[in-house]
Write a protein that binds this ligand. Structure first.
Ligand SMILES: N[C@@H](CCC(=O)NCCCC(=O)O)C(=O)O
Length: 257
């Protein structure tokens, strides 16, 4: 049975009237149809009321990347610098959705902004411009960098915990990743276990401690290069297998006629 995979949407202004739309990048739809092996379901940023209605219908959840940033109100952080993109509708939807999904044991894969949401949803905090912190690298790509192959290229290494899921997938403890973010984990949520770090100490991979099922987050984007990167593909396939197992356990087969 193909699992239904929820994909978090952002609220974005499109068109000449800048009307709000609920949107997610095509790359997430492609990976769900590809290595994940599921059916993509776009989840509008419709607020917490959506959570109890949609969660029981899903077999897995992907929290997507976005140029917008989690509002600092959710982690007692300082206000964002003027012009920093935010998406309050998305925050109001994904943060409770993550908590409910983790509590239910639903397979969760959190990517970039989604990784940061996972940390905040479970009680952690964020640094808002890590490139301004002493000893830290610039993990962002220039906003004017229009060449996808450069924007999404491998940018730095990540050191993994030996024996972790990602180290097992990689067959080693050093992997190259892309990097398109300004923010990063400051205080790690109590239920998260860091399993990967950039050379400057930025946390790049986490798992949810004592999670019932698959519950991982990565600061990079496996959806950008899974066709040529076996580690990205392996992570997505493992998430997909967890979602298939969930679907087989929770979706009664159609009774034979
Ligand atoms: N805004 C956050 C999270 C970064 C993130 O999700 N990047 C993906 C960008 C996708 C795109 O450029 O369309 C941060 O800056 O840390």
């Amino acid at each position: 049975m193909k699992p239904l995979i929820g994909i978090s949407c952002c609220v974005k202004a499109f068109g000449i009237f800048a009307t709000p739309n609920h949107a997610a990048s095509d790359s997430y739809v492609r990976v769900v149809l590809g290595p994940v092996g599921g059916i993509p379901v776009l989840l509008p940023a419709a607020g917490e009321a959506l959570v109890p209605e949609i969660l029981p219908r899903l077999d897995g959840l992907i929290l997507t990347g976005s140029r917008s940033n989690v509002c600092p109100d959710y982690y007692e952080g300082p206000p964002h610098a003027e012009g920093t993109p935010e998406d309050r509708e998305r925050d109001a939807t994904t943060l409770p959705l993550i908590r409910a999904a983790i509590a239910a044991g639903l397979p969760v894969l959190a990517i970039c902004r989604g990784f940061q949401e996972l940390n905040v949803a479970l009680g952690g905090s964020l640094d808002q411009r890590i490139q301004d912190l002493p000893g830290r690298m610039d993990h962002s790509t220039p906003s004017d960098q229009k060449l996808p192959r450069i924007r999404t290229a491998k940018a730095h290494g990540v050191r993994l915990v030996p024996g972790s899921l990602l180290a097992t997938i990689a067959g080693g403890t050093e992997i190259p990743v892309n990097s398109l973010h300004n923010q990063g984990v400051a205080r790690l949520a109590p239920r998260l276990v860091a399993e990967g770090w950039a050379p400057d100490g930025t946390i790049e991979a986490v798992r949810v401690r004592d999670a019932v099922g698959f519950a991982y987050g990565v600061q990079w984007h496996p959806e950008y290069d899974w066709e040529r990167d076996s580690i990205s593909r392996g992570l997505l396939q493992d998430f997909g297998q967890a979602a298939v197992a969930w679907a087989n356990r929770h979706r009664m087969p159609q009774a034979a006629e």
